[in-house]
Design a protein around this ligand. Structure first.
Ligand SMILES: [Zn+2]
Length: 269
C-alpha cells in the first residue's frame, strides 16, 4: 500500500532546488504518488518537466491559480500582488492546459479567490472557473479546487454544473459547510499535514465520511510544524493522526485512503 499527496508544489523554488532529496525522502516515507499542481503557464511547464524526470512518483495536474486567472486585469487596476510568475492572459494559459491534458491526472489548481481578488473581478473569475471545470468534465478528469473566502459560491457552481469528480484542497471555511461538501457525491476533501495543530482539519478528519478523505501537503506551505518547509513525506503524519482519531490501525486508514484515491483519480496511488 502506498501513501500519496494529492496537492504538492514541488516546483516551488524552496523544493525545486532540493528535488532529488525531497523525492527520496518521500519514497523512504512510503509515498508512491505525488500530484504536483501547476499554478500558471511557467509553473505548468515546470510540472510537466518534473513529471518526465520521475514519472513513477510524480503526476501532473495543470491549472490556473484563481488569482493568476485575473492577474493581468488586477495589475491594470493598480492592485499589487507579489508573485514569481509574469502575468499571462488566461486564454493563453488555458489553451496550454487544454493542449496538454493527456499528460495530466487532473485539472488544478483552479478555483475562486475572494480574498486577494477585488470584487470588480469576481464575475470574470467565476466565468473562468466554470470554463476550466467544463474542460475537466469534457476530458473526464477530476478538478482540484482552491477557494478562499468563496467556498459557498464554488460549491454552488460545482453542484449546478454537476461536476462529478472534485477534490477540495485545503478547505478552510466553516466545518459545517465542509461536511455538507463532503457528503456530495463525487466530492472529496484533502486534509493537509498541519491537521494536528489545526482544529478545523481535526474536526473534518473526525466527522467527514471516511470514504471522502484524501491526503495532501500543499508543500512547501502548511507544514506539521510552523516555519518548516513542508514536503510530501509529511503525509505519513496525517495517517498516524487519522488512526488516532478514527480509533483504528494505520493499515486500515491507508487502505481506506487508497480506495478513496482510486475512486476519484481512476488509478491506484
Ligand atoms: Zn496549491
Amino acid at each position: 500500500m502506498g501513501l500519496f499527496d494529492v496537492h504538492a508544489h514541488l516546483t516551488d523554488k524552496r523544493l525545486f532546488a532540493r528535488e532529488a532529496e525531497v523525492l527520496a525522502a518521500a519514497r523512504s516515507a512510503g509515498v508512491t504518488t505525488i500530484i504536483s499542481n501547476g499554478l500558471n503557464p511557467s509553473d505548468n511547464a515546470a510540472v510537466l518537466e518534473l513529471q518526465s524526470r520521475a514519472p513513477d512518483l510524480v503526476k501532473a495536474a495543470f491549472g490556473l491559480y484563481p488569482v493568476d486567472a485575473v492577474l493581468p486585469e488586477m495589475l491594470a487596476m493598480g492592485e499589487t500582488y507579489v508573485r514569481d510568475a509574469a502575468p499571462v492572459p488566461s486564454s493563453e494559459a488555458v489553451a496550454w492546459v487544454r493542449d496538454h491534458l493527456d499528460d495530466a491526472v487532473a485539472v488544478g489548481e483552479i478555483g475562486l479567490d475572494h480574498y486577494w481578488v477585488p470584487e470588480a473581478l469576481w464575475a470574470q473569475q467565476e466565468l473562468g472557473f466554470r470554463d476550466r471545470v467544463s474542460l475537466a468534465m469534457e476530458a473526464d478528469k477530476p478538478v482540484i479546487v482552491h477557494t478562499r473566502k468563496a467556498e459557498q459560491r464554488a460549491m454552488e457552481i460545482l453542484i449546478e454544473m454537476g461536476a462529478p469528480k472534485v477534490n477540495w484542497h485545503c478547505y478552510s471555511s466553516k466545518v459545517k459547510l465542509g461536511l455538507r461538501i463532503g457528503n456530495l457525491e463525487g466530492h472529496y476533501l484533502s486534509i493537509p499535514a498541519n491537521a494536528r495543530r489545526a482544529q478545523n482539519f481535526t474536526m473534518l478528519l473526525q466527522k467527514l465520511p471516511r470514504n471522502k478523505v484524501l491526503l495532501e501537503t500543499d508543500c512547501p506551505y502548511l507544514g506539521p510544524d510552523k516555519d518548516v518547509v513542508n514536503e510530501p513525506k509529511n503525509v505519513a503524519g496525517t495517517v498516524d493522526y487519522a488512526a488516532e482519531l478514527w480509533g483504528c490501525g494505520i493499515g486500515e486508514v491507508q487502505a481506506q485512503l487508497e480506495e478513496n484515491f482510486e475512486r476519484l483519480f481512476g488509478f491506484i496511488p
